[in-house]
Design a protein around this ligand. Structure first.
Ligand code: THU
Length: 129
């Protein structure tokens, strides 16, 4: 599953719309039912309306009725060349915590390997109402 998720994140990175930063990101989320949804970053000339790849993928899953996610793979780099790990931003970590448990797996693609974390490691003390 790890390899498939990483391959789909890499593929999704090709759709990145990043004419301002030129930093291309792809993500693939695995739902608890075993379905995969992918996403890319989508920038905007206002900058503030930009959406990260992780949230694109998660929102696609949720909008299709899948609210429980068990893993996500993330892949990113300048012009789509992965030179170092593209860690998820704080907003995306918080969104992951809305639909995933603290033990969900977060795969972050590095140049020659795939790093593996739990969401709890990346976002301890997530905000909850
Ligand atoms: N970006 C993501 O897609 N995911 C992250 O977690 C961090 C940043 C995107 C947003 C923007 O299009 C570009 O990377 C540079 O910040």
């Amino acid at each position: 599953m790890k390899n498939e998720l990483v391959a789909k994140a890499r593929e999704a990175m090709k759709s990145a719309y990043a004419p301002y930063s030129h930093f291309h990101v792809g993500a693939a989320v695995l739902t608890e039912e075993g379905q995969i949804f992918t996403g890319c970053n989508i920038e905007n000339s206002s900058y503030g309306a930009t959406v990260c790849a992780e949230r694109t993928a998660i929102f696609k899953a949720v909008s299709e009725g899948h609210r429980r996610i068990s893993a996500i793979a993330i892949c990113g780099g300048p012009k789509g060349v992965v030179e170092s790990p593209a860690f998820p931003c704080g907003i995306c970590r918080q969104v992951m915590s809305e639909f995933g448990q603290a033990d969900m797996t977060v795969y972050v693609v590095d140049r020659d390997e795939v790093l593996e974390f739990t969401l709890g490691e990346l976002l301890p003390h997530a905000f909850e109402l």
